[in-house]
Design a binder for this molecule. Structure first.
Ligand SMILES: [Ca+2]
Length: 409
């Protein structure tokens, strides 16, 4: 049935471009119901039917989004194209031989193959399913590390076993189980340690367990775990400055203080043991109305750059690729997922933070257009440079991965 459903949707929303962008959810349900009636689907198969509807919906959203790529605005010389269709595409990491691994918050992990298909996109292989919000992926020495809410898993030799993935080893299953800010971004640092954040299990709160609102790090085998940074509400993206090896990370500001405060943050952690303010101090100098007086006189490390409130800054990377012009090398791209707690939506774009002397010195929009007339048709989650220097952007709303290239003046 899945195969029939997929073929049908391709006909409806992608076929010859005639119906692109016009397919409504109701129309899809009607079509799926018709297909099931034709096939005399028994009542016992209703769950499968429901799953089929879900697949249909995602395909429809993806098809509609594909037809809207022309709405994305980029600086002169840049262009954007579809790289792959990946439902709920979240964090990305690059393995060997150009294989891209993609986490989700819906339970699956995907591999995107490097070979281009006839249609110009890339084939996607599901390598895991049924996991608990496997948002985080990191690759090291042939193994894929996957972060669930409370466990880190490891898939050995994954690159040669995409169609027959191994059972994962449990690297560490001792993380808090809280759903709130529980999904994780993970990444290996230049020190060989795996960095694993634990978000605040709340909008704003103070917890006795010092692992909350922190960035932890541990050896690849899960031992030697320690707190690297404290006072971090919820980081969903970080990278190391290739020049200085300093950790930089985004942090999402608290909600329910109004449209314009507090700022989101881009932070720099040149060493272990710093406290970045949460829940006492937001941005560079905004005490929390409830917790501000409880911070005492401890020193807080202010953000390198305050970002607009509620943009939801998630994935970030230093750009080191060979494709983009010189003025982009060593600068930071940030995926802004977009606001939910603001009367006028903001974010839903990719921004660029320029550095001068190793410090944040400018902030500008790089790619925008996912937000149109107050409605978003896509939400950037993560950015990942490919070996050729092109920049991939994941989008969990449209279920797509885009590729941004530079073609000259
Ligand atoms: Ca802070």
């Amino acid at each position: 049935m899945g195969k029939i459903v997929k073929m049908r949707v391709e006909t409806v929303c992608c076929g010859n471009g005639s119906g692109a962008g016009e397919t409504s959810f109701g129309r899809i349900i009607g079509l799926a119901a018709g297909i099931c009636r034709k096939l005399s689907v028994p009542a016992g198969v209703i769950p499968a039917f429901a799953a089929g509807i879900g697949v249909l919906f995602f395909w429809a959203a993806g098809c509609q989004a594909k037809s809207r790529l022309g709405e994305i605005r980029l600086p002169p010389g840049f262009s954007i194209a579809l790289y792959a269709e990946v439902p709920n595409a979240r964090s990305m990491t690059l393995g060997e031989k150009g294989i891209l691994y993609v986490g989700t918050r819906t339970g699956e992990v995907y591999a995107v193959l490097p070979e281009e298909t006839a249609g110009g996109t890339h084939r996607v292989v599901r390598i895991a399913q049924g996991l608990h919000r496997p948002n985080g992926v990191a690759y090291r020495e042939g193994s894929l590390y996957v972060a669930e809410v409370s466990r880190i898993l490891r898939y050995d030799g994954i690159g040669s076993r995409l169609s027959d993935p191994p059972e994962p080893a449990v690297v560490n299953d001792g993380f808090p189980k809280d759903e709130h800010h529980g999904w994780k971004f993970i990444r290996f640092g230049p020190d060989g340690m795996l960095y694993v954040p634990v978000g605040a299990p709340c909008n704003i709160c103070e917890k006795a367990d010092s692992r909350y609102a922190s960035i932890l790090r541990m050896r690849p085998d899960g031992t030697g775990i320690e707190i690297f940074a404290s006072g971090v509400r919820n980081t969903v993206g970080f990278d190391w400055n290739p020049a200085t090896k300093e950790l930089w990370f985004t942090d999402n500001g608290r909600d329910m203080l109004g449209d314009d405060i507090p700022p989101d943050e881009l932070n720099r952690a040149p060493r272990k043991g710093l406290h970045f303010g949460f829940p006492y101090l937001h941005g560079k100098g905004l005490p929390d109305p409830e917790f501000g007086k409880r911070g005492g006189d401890r020193p807080f490390t202010p953000p390198e750059r305050e970002l607009p409130a509620h943009v939801a800054s998630l994935g970030m990377r230093f750009y080191t690729g060979p494709m983009f012009p010189r003025e982009y090398r060593g600068q930071i791209f940030i995926a802004e997922h977009g606001s939910w707690n603001r009367s006028t939506p903001t974010g839903y774009r990719v921004t660029l933070v320029r550095l001068a002397g190793g410090r944040a010195a400018g902030y500008e929009t790089f790619a925008e257009g996912w937000l149109q007339g107050g409605e978003a048709w896509g939400r950037p989650v993560d950015v990942q440079a490919m070996p050729d220097g092109s920049l991939l952007v994941s989008d969990d709303k449209a279920g797509l991965i885009y590729r941004i290239t530079y073609g000259g003046k």
